[in-house]
Design a protein around this ligand. Structure first.
Ligand code: KIV
Length: 284
């Protein structure tokens, strides 16, 4: 049975921390799911870490649906959240409904995430009313990177902090089942977490959030172009992969790979027939 939003909300009540990870493909989703992560986000961060874009802004619905389907096939237990790309929920409630509906119906996700506070509250309410669970996302919202002026911590000044607290309350009131806090000062995240009945999931938001999320490519040390302060590399896979590939190259060149261990045999009598036929056709 898949994890439900009710179970996620209960985890906060039971003071049980909620680990969440991103995944973008079948094999990774399968491993993450088998390891026991209850929430998997098909983040639009895939634009940067899987597709090589400079930001999340160019990511399209088609790309998100393609990756969401793969993750849903791989993960059988976790609740899968599809991240709504830039401009797929900003223009109208009807756009938001149409695109969120695609994540659920075509992608097979169980929930969607969208960035913003009060400004998206009406859309959150309508999605929830239509039966689509919504995760909010405030603080550093990468889709607004040009407006924010870069990847910066949010909520250090009084007015900014007040606005974030208000945004969190408005999202809860609109029906969000959880809220991502990205790059907010730890004491402010704690305050927001205490104020809300729904779980907060932090990334660069300190230890007092109800849950934590990491971009899988950061925690596995796969995406090395930019390593954010809040990312912890549990393994350095990019280096390990490079050294495995170097070994492969040198083994192929030195004829030590493949050996008969990685090869297939055939019956000698069949080989004799083929070889003699080949010889005859050559002599004609
Ligand atoms: O796209 C993403 O991976 C995210 C997480 C950083 C929360 O939004």
């Amino acid at each position: 049975m898949r994890v439900t939003i009710t179970e996620i909300k209960e985890m906060k009540q039971k003071k049980e921390k909620i680990p969440m990870l991103t995944a973008y493909d079948y094999v990774t989703a399968k491993v993450v799911d088998e390891a026991g992560v209850p929430l998997i986000l098909v983040g639009d961060s895939l634009g940067m870490v899987m597709l090589g874009y400079e930001s999340t802004i160019p990511v399209s619905m088609e790309e998100m649906i393609h990756h969401t389907k793969a993750v849903v096939r791989g993960a059988k237990n976790a609740l899968i959240i599809g991240d709504m790309p830039f401009m797929t929920y900003h223009i109208s409630v009807s756009d938001a409904l149409h695109n969120a509906g695609r994540f659920i119906q075509e992608g097979g996700a169980q929930a969607v995430k969208l960035e913003g506070g009060e400004v998206v509250a009406e859309k959150v309410r309508r999605l929830v009313d239509c039966g689509i669970p919504v995760m909010g996302h405030i603080g550093l919202t990468p889709q607004s990177i040009h407006q924010l002026g870069g990847f910066k911590v949010q909520g250090k000044a009084v007015e900014e902090a007040k606005k974030l607290l208000k945004d969190a309350c408005v999202l809860e009131e609109a029906g969000a089942f959880a809220i991502v806090l990205e790059c907010t000062p730890a004491p402010l995240s704690k305050l927001i977490t205490q104020k809300l009945a729904i779980p907060t999931i932090g990334i660069g938001a300190g230890p007092d959030c109800d849950g934590q999320v990491q971009v899988i490519s950061d925690m596995l040390g796969l995406y090395t172009e930019f390593v954010p302060k809040h990312a912890k590399q549990y393994v350095k896979l990019a280096g390990e992969i490079k050294s495995a590939v170097s070994s492969y190259i040198s083994e192929v060149k030195s004829l030590s790979f493949p050996t008969m261990k990685q090869s297939y045999t055939m019956d000698d009598s069949i080989l004799d027939v083929i070889a003699s036929e080949a010889k005859q056709s050559k002599s004609k």
